[in-house]
Ligand binder design. Structure first.
Ligand code: LLP
Length: 433
């Protein structure tokens, strides 16, 4: 049994994804190559949507967090699946717009939206703006006045929940750059200020406690804290919280030992907490908004590389070097992220070698996995890194002037290029002499 259900091996002992032979994909489209499985992405969207229907009467919206993997094709898929969209920059918003994504289902996040970005959002008719701080609130109110609009807003709130994940991707605690805290009274004050403004309309509150979380307990606590806060807003300010957005953060399996909760179960529990806690505090049950990103696309992607050197340093370690690295996947360097590695052209071989996978960037820290297991490998083998659908392409760079890989999307066993491979010409297209 391979890590994800869309992966298998064929009669040539090659790894397959979504029914396609990965060695063939590498041959036809080159390496490094991001490969995504559209069927699994759509299935993941439906798990969330169906659970929301089943446990909460569909009273809410599932947004796809586009920072995870944002391309025209992906925005199109999210649209077709009836999802909303979380965007955090003018660039993501522009991509959504170009993909004909319904703007009223777009939520605009970010802790420092620029004036230009806010103008862009207002003129495109973005559905909701998630306001981070008082400076943004004032700017938005002024822009709305100037543009003759009234914006529906939510507030980014720090519920004070400590989710057990990597420091850099933990966001719900008080010491975070995002949002305003309930604990300090700042969150209450910002809602009060907004409720007295003419050009914004408070519709909800939002929190996001972190990413790659395996435990349901912090989500439950966050929901309780946020509902209690919503009750206070109603009682003391007369502000009705129509939407409670709990953010994303649901973990996926990167390695065998990862044990993610079922998203269906997560929504079942959260729905119960919403109903019970709203009842307890005497408020109407708000719409539930969720923003999964990683759990929609993470497991649906793999990256294929070609092995260019196998360097055995006696009694120290073996470096297996691939034709990509930190430029297409900076997650090991940033978060010590773990991955599972396979030889795509010898998929069921026993993983009996402990090796370090190095990239081709001019930097010794450029590795994809340290002391990981792989079968005996040789130059020319195709290596697959699993679970790279989330935050790989979207965090890639041109470090060392390496062109970004292509992205191939597979649907019903048919591959198509959804992002073409960058060329050297692309690399210099903005340079001026
Ligand atoms: N909503 C908000 C407001 C967020 O900030 C995020 C992720 C999400 C939703 C989606 O979270 P997900 O379901 O994907 O966990 N680059 C890091 C992850 C950063 C997450 C940032 N915010 C990584 O590669 O692990």
């Amino acid at each position: 049994m391979l890590l994800h259900k869309n992966l298998s091996t064929n009669e040539k002992n090659h790894l397959t994804i979504g029914g396609c032979d990965t060695v063939e994909l590498a041959k036809n489209y080159g390496t490094p190559l991001y490969v995504m499985d559209e069927n699994l992405i759509r299935e993941n969207c439906r798990v969330y949507k169906n659970a929301l229907d089943k446990y909460y009467g569909g009273n809410g919206l599932i947004l796809y967090a586009s920072k995870t993997f944002c391309t025209l094709a992906m925005c199109r898929i999210a649209k077709e699946e009836g999802m909303g969209l979380d965007v955090v920059s003018g660039g993501e918003l522009y991509t959504a717009f170009k993909a004909d994504f319904p703007m009223e289902k777009v939520y605009f996040h970010g802790n420092n939206k620029t004036e230009d970005e806010l103008r862009q959002a207002l003129s495109l008719g973005v559905g909701k703006i998630v306001v981070d701080n008082i400076f943004e609130l004032e700017l938005l109110n002024n822009l709305c006045r100037e543009m003759g609009k009234k914006a529906d807003i939510l507030f980014r709130i720090k519920p004070g929940i400590d989710a057990h994940t990597h420091d850099f991707i933990m966001t719900g605690q008080i010491d975070s750059k995002f949002g305003t805290a309930i604990e300090t009274g700042e969150a209450f004050e910002i809602v009060k200020t907004a409720s007295e403004m003419d050009y914004v309309n408070v519709v909800g509150i939002h929190c996001h406690i972190g990413s790659q979380i395996f435990d349901i307990a912090p989500f439950k606590s966050a929901a309780q804290v946020m509902l209690e806060f919503a009750a206070r807003l109603k009682n003391e300010l007369g502000v009705i919280i129509d939407e409670l957005n709990l953010g994303g953060g649901f973990g996926i399996r990167y390695v065998e030992s990862d044990d993610p909760v079922s998203y269906d179960e997560y929504i079942r529990i959260v729905s119960e907490v919403f109903k019970e806690t709203s009842h307890k505090f005497g408020i109407n049950t708000p719409k539930v908004i969720m923003e999964p990103g990683r759990s929609i696309v993470g497991a649906a992607g793999i990256t294929l590389y070609k092995i260019g050197a196998v360097k055995k340093i006696p009694d120290i370690r073996t470096y297996v070097t691939v034709d990509g690295g930190m430029a297409d996947n900076p997650r090991y360097i940033l978060y010590d992220a773990e991955y599972e590695f396979m030889l795509a052209n010898n998929a069921s071989a026993a993983k009996d070698q402990r090796v370090t996978i190095a990239g081709k960037c001019c930097e010794s820290g450029d590795i994809l996995g340290k002391d990981v297991l792989l079968p005996e490998s040789k130059v020319g083998d195709i290596m697959a890194v699993l679970s790279t659908g989330a935050y790989n392409y979207s965090m890639s760079s041109n470090y060392n002037r390496i062109p970004r890989p292509a992205v191939v999307m597979i649907k019903d066993g048919e591959p198509r290029v959804i992002v073409r491979r960058e060329t050297y010409e692309d690399l210099i297209k903005n340079d001026l002499l």
